[in-house]
Design a protein around this ligand. Structure first.
Ligand SMILES: Cc1ncc(COP(=O)(O)O)c(C=O)c1O
Length: 365
């Protein structure tokens, strides 16, 4: 019997909600995976059974995300945070510049790691505006000889998201898509490297997806540790060392679920619909709720808002918790409230939050 009626209204920012169908399938297959007499976690990552799961996940990701043939798809470990290090280690040569578009704490962390390698420079920072907006494309500064431009496509903490991406010409463009990967179709060919921890839109934590143009990867520095070279993972089909086998299996199952939803165009539509439910409450509340992000930069993944005054905000969070809502506290660095409405968060969950927010306002205005 489905346990979907026992599920929390989960708005966690990551790790976050997974489709209940996927969890139930994993539960069914857990003890005896496809008649092997063991779980997927108990078998060799070199076994044909696991390899099939692994390769299927890669090919499904390629198909659903419309990844061109001249790109590699890698499953790595160490989270997006290790990518903050691997990117400059591989691609930032001494004497070269790399440009970091500063739209939040995750951009700051990515930039900080790059300072250990070459000459990263910050560009188009929106920090003075409390990271409420995405900069205009004209503000992004870079030179034709620079190593790359790096941006964070969705800013999980502030609730802002890029709606269009800069054209950097010959200069490679790199994006941290941790919190909006596969939330909508995008033109992959605009990017040289995309990376994302799986734990928001694609599965459990432990797997990091990297999608990179083959000729960009060929430019990487050679004199770095083996495990930190992208080429090591390309050459071994992401099986250089023991991969997070259960995470890759789950990611594959989430991709099957995305396929069943109708692919990324359908997912994008659902995401728009879900976010609108909550933004509408904010916009129609006569200032009872205020959004953190500027309207034109609003994220469809993380909806950040404040309640009229601090006492009321505490009460909002307490009452929401009592009503079964999880994960609505804003990130510890900014406070306030945040509803993360990633791919797997059901429309009904967002509708429940909409109803709760309206009822709370009616009670307290
Ligand atoms: C945009 C973004 N980048 C990077 C990270 C860090 O990811 P990880 O914990 O996988 O290293 C996060 C985590 O929330 C994030 O939201």
């Amino acid at each position: 019997m489905s346990q979907s009626n026992q599920r929390a209204y989960n708005f966690n920012a990551g790790p976050s909600a997974l489709p209940v169908e996927v969890l139930e399938k994993a539960q069914q297959e857990l003890v005896n995976f496809h008649g092997t007499g063991m779980s997927i976690m108990e078998m060799s990552h070199r076994s044909s059974t696991f390899e099939e799961v692994h390769n299927e996940a890669i090919s499904r990701l390629r198909k659903l995300f419309d990844i061109p043939d001249d790109y590699e798809v890698l499953f790595l470990q160490g989270g997006a945070s290790l990518q903050f290090t691997m990117i400059p280690m591989n691609f930032l040569q001494l004497g070269k510049k790399a440009n970091y578009v500063m739209t939040g704490v995750w951009s700051e962390k990515a930039y900080k790691e790059a300072t250990l390698f070459g000459e990263p420079v910050q560009t188009a920072s929106t920090k003075e505006n409390k990271y409420r907006n995405i900069p205009s494309l004209e503000e992004i500064d870079f030179g034709s000889d620079d190593a790359y431009v790096h941006l964070t496509s969705n800013n999980t903490i502030y609730g802002t998201q890029w709606s269009e991406f800069p054209d950097t010409g010959e200069v490679p463009l790199i994006a941290d898509m941790s919190s909006d990967i596969m939330s909508k179709p995008i033109d992959i060919s605009r990017f040289d490297l995309i990376y994302a921890g799986a734990q928001k839109n694609l599965g459990p934590s432990g797997v990091t997806v990297v999608i990179a143009r083959r000729d960009f990867l060929a430019k990487a520095n050679k004199e770095i540790p083996t495990i930190l070279k992208y080429s090591t993972h390309v050459e071994s089909n992401s099986l250089y060392n023991t991969p997070p086998t259960f995470g890759i299996y789950m990611l594959g199952e989430v991709l099957k679920w995305i396929e069943k939803q109708g692919g990324l165009a359908a997912i994008a539509k659902q995401n728009e619909e879900k976010a609108k439910l909550i933004y509408d409450v904010i916009d129609n509340s006569n200032g009872f709720y205020t959004g953190h992000a500027s309207k034109e930069s609003r994220s469809l993944m993380n909806i950040t808002f404040r309640v009229a005054d601090e006492e009321l905000e505490k009460q909002f969070l307490t009452e929401a918790k009592d009503a079964g809502f999880v994960g609505l506290n804003g990130h510890r660095s900014v406070g306030g409230c945040r509803a993360s409405t990633y791919n797997s968060v059901p429309l009904e969950t967002c509708k429940a939050l909409q109803d709760f927010m309206i009822a709370f306002q009616n009670k307290h205005k």
